[in-house]
Ligand binder design. Structure first.
Ligand SMILES: *Cc1c(COP(=O)(O)O)cnc(C)c1O
Length: 336
């Protein structure tokens, strides 16, 4: 089976397991796990932030950020394609008692003007506009990338309106690869950043939230009340450190392979449209996504239905050149 449903399907490599096996451990609820501390400091330093917090998932790092930055009666602004809006079980309402207002961006990317239009005046009958969340890359936007300048423009606007700005950087390393930038180039733009290590970087579990010291202190308490206080979690943090040290510089391969798949899809007469491919995500339109996914499955290729007419393929660490050749050949042979 060739699994292209998501870049979360990767399994830890032998070397990653070795790093996990050899990790120095302690009880992180007592803040005594040296490997967790090492990861948190490492990521904070990379992004030019004061502190970091290791969490089990990117949903948790996003939801903690919303909780820490807002209070009930506040409102957050996201794009209508955002992960926070679509795939986090409505957590903004559940955890934080805030409302949400959505931009209608281009492939999930909002611009300053769209944000400006959604910021509410201060009336008793309106929620308080409090926080803007952008996503880079945008998963549901086909892996679209905000440039540093685009992010900075939105951030500058937020500062003038006293709005918090958060980055859902689940795939920020994919974006940085395309932009030829370093994590430190994001320093000062955001109040908080959520980074997933379990996506394209190939760790089995783990996301890191970074921000100011007092924000992380509060986030640590929120993580605990959400049930995310972990004990010898250095065994997982070790995988994340390994991933950051070894699996970042290869991301361009995933992007190149995604581009080749997109080009092959363009030549299929049963494909109606392919979203522009910028990173490792290919989203394309067919007449019936369930039927098409079954046709792929019959050829031992797993793809992800994303709507009744959209399918997603994501390239990743465990998707090899050989597998790419197989997929390209199958695409030539498929007749729907
Ligand atoms: C995967 C993802 C997350 C977090 O997902 P988890 O599965 O909870 O780790 C957040 N934002 C985006 C854009 C994602 O793709």
């Amino acid at each position: 089976m060739i699994d292209l449903r998501s870049d979360t399907v990767t399994k830890p490599s032998a070397k990653m397991k070795e790093a996990m096996f050899n990790a120095e451990l302690g009880d992180d609820v007592f803040a005594e796990d040296p490997t967790v501390k090492k990861l948190e400091e490492m990521v904070a330093q990379m992004f030019g932030a004061e502190a970091g917090l290791f969490c089990p998932s990117g949903t948790m790092t996003n939801q903690i950020a919303i909780k820490a930055h807002t209070q009930p009666l506040d409102e957050i602004i996201c794009d209508k394609l955002s992960h926070i809006y679509n795939y986090e079980t409505g957590g903004w309402a559940f955890h934080s008692g805030v409302s949400i207002r959505l931009t209608d961006g281009v492939n999930g990317k909002m611009n300053v003007k769209q944000v400006e239009e959604l910021v509410l005046p201060d009336f008793d009958w309106l929620p308080n506009s409090r926080m803007v969340c952008i996503e880079n890359t945008v998963n549901k936007g086909g892996g679209s990338v905000y440039t540093i300048e685009e992010m900075k423009n939105i951030s500058d606007f937020c500062r003038t309106k006293n709005l918090i700005i958060h980055l859902d950087g689940a795939r920020i390393f994919n974006a940085l690869e395309v932009l030829k930038k370093k994590p430190i180039d994001l320093s000062g733009i955001f109040d908080s950043i959520s980074i997933c290590i379990s996506k394209g970087l190939g760790a089995p579990v783990g996301s890191v939230l970074v921000g100011k010291k007092d924000f992380i202190k509060r986030s640590r308490k929120i993580r605990k009340v959400m049930g995310g206080g972990m004990r010898q979690s250095g065994i997982l943090a070790a995988a994340c450190i390994y991933a950051l040290e070894n699996n970042v510089t290869r991301l361009h391969q995933d992007h190149e392979r995604a581009n080749k798949i997109a080009a092959a899809l363009q030549n299929c007469n049963w494909v109606k449209k392919v979203l522009p491919v910028e990173t490792n995500i290919v989203i394309f339109e067919v007449s019936d996504s369930t039927k098409t996914a079954e046709a792929f499955a019959a050829r031992n290729i797993k793809v992800q239905p994303f709507s009744p007419i959209l399918l997603r393929m994501v390239t990743h660490l465990d998707f090899t050149e050989e597998m790419l050749e197989t997929v390209l050949t199958e695409l030539k042979n498929m007749n729907l």
